[in-house]
Design a protein around this ligand. Structure first.
Ligand SMILES: CC(C)(COP(=O)(O)OP(=O)(O)OC[C@H]1O[C@@H](n2cnc3c(N)ncnc32)[C@H](O)[C@@H]1OP(=O)(O)O)[C@@H](O)C(=O)NCCC(=O)NCCS
Length: 138
């Protein structure tokens, strides 16, 4: 929880509420220390509809979201988020979306083949954008 809120990229109350309900969780440990975290959040159709409206992109309301990816200050800059995202993707096989305002996270998502979709919108802390990963054969 400390790592997630330290990045100042998420709403603390919603992180406290949503983290225990996540459908997937990856922790990166360095010795006894938690160096990074990432989750696949539970489906939240109402929230998904809000993101559709804000981005102008329509997607399935039960699409799962990859989020709460954060690396502790002492371990940043080693692409740990890429490894966390790879592990999360290996643990689920459907399509996913993510939203972020972090340039570093955008690079991590691009590396994992997420595609930026629609237009940006103003979040509480930064301009946010929608990123979608399609893995099912069409
Ligand atoms: C986004 C985040 C998880 C990425 O962490 P990370 O895996 O350590 O980042 P990376 O190692 O991929 O670093 C990204 C780039 O910044 C560079 N960098 C340089 N100095 C750095 C430093 N002190 N810390 C982090 N990155 C640094 C890296 O070299 C890298 O550049 P490159 O892609 O050209 O090689 C991390 O910045 C974070 O926890 N941010 C706050 C929370 C957040 O915004 N999460 C996203 C919410 S969806």
């Amino acid at each position: 929880m400390k790592i997630v809120t330290a990045g100042n990229a998420v709403d603390t109350d919603s992180a406290r509420r949503e983290l225990p309900k996540a459908s997937g969780l990856v922790l990166a440990c360095k010795g006894p220390e938690i160096a990074g975290i990432g989750t696949i959040k539970r489906a939240r159709p109402k929230y998904a509809r809000t993101i559709q409206e804000r981005s102008g992109i329509s997607f399935e309301p039960d699409l799962l979201e990859l989020g709460y990816v954060a690396v502790a200050e002492a371990h940043k800059g080693q692409h740990l988020s890429r490894r966390i995202v790879e592990k999360l993707l290996a643990g689920c096989d459907g399509d996913l979306f993510a939203t972020t305002g972090s340039d570093r996270m955008k690079r991590t998502l691009t590396h994992a083949n997420f595609v930026r979709s629609g237009h940006e919108w103003k979040g509480k802390r930064a301009m946010l954008s929608l990123w979608v990963l399609r893995r099912k054969p069409s």
